[in-house]
Write a protein that binds this ligand. Structure first.
Ligand SMILES: [Zn+2]
Length: 201
């Protein structure tokens, strides 16, 4: 590995439009632009400051660095739920950990094959979810949890906070999956992934 890439790694992760500094303190270089004396990043990548020359540059992300894209399978926590959508903080992309912070949005119509009337029957705050990136429209990662392997892979009891266990129950002729709390007896529903609770990320 070259010395340059060592330096690159030490830099802070930075996104386009992010303020780097002012022209009085740094000399703008690759991957930057100046507006009204302020230096901004024009790249998504890593900030590199040459301490001798005071040159600042932003090295673009390479293939080694991982970020979500259409088709990626991601894992994340539900950090916010509104009536028609949930926001998911992505902690894993495929088998790797993402370079930076990414949030995905999961619309109620993309949660499952069946119509979901109340989003809270399918997801709750803090749930760990596996999803697929289906679009990057409007610079947002749009997610889907349709399919057996997608959905909640770990959830906590909303009454006592214990990890919920998988439980089957008969509903007419259908066998339905549910989540059950062994500590307080609470039963909750989710859009459950087929490997719920097995610890697969
Ligand atoms: Zn409980």
């Amino acid at each position: 590995m070259s010395h340059m890439s060592e330096e690159k790694k030490s830099g802070r992760f930075i996104v386009p439009g992010e303020k780097i500094g002012v022209i009085e303190e740094f000399i703008p270089d690759k991957g930057t632009y100046v507006k009204d004396g302020v230096i901004y990043s024009s790249n998504i990548g890593y900030l590199l400051i040459d301490s001798v020359s005071r040159r600042v540059s932003v090295y673009p992300l390479t293939r080694k660095v991982c970020f979500p894209r259409v088709g990626s399978i991601v894992v994340g926590h539900v950090v916010n739920i509104q009536s028609a959508m949930a926001f998911i903080r992505i902690i894993k992309v495929g088998n790797r950990f993402p370079s930076g912070f990414f949030t995905g949005v999961l619309h109620i119509s993309d949660i499952g094959e069946e119509f979901i009337e109340n989003i809270f029957d399918a997801l709750k705050l803090g749930d760990l979810v596996r999803a697929k990136v289906i679009s990057e429209a409007n610079r947002m990662f749009h997610l889907s949890t349709k399919g057996e392997k997608m959905g909640v892979i770990l959830a906590l009891c909303s009454k006592c906070g214990s990890a919920l266990k998988l439980k089957y129950r008969e509903k007419g002729r259908k066998r339905e999956k549910n989540l059950y709390c062994e500590d307080c007896g609470n039963t909750e529903s989710r859009k459950i992934a087929s490997d719920y609770g097995l610890g697969n990320l």
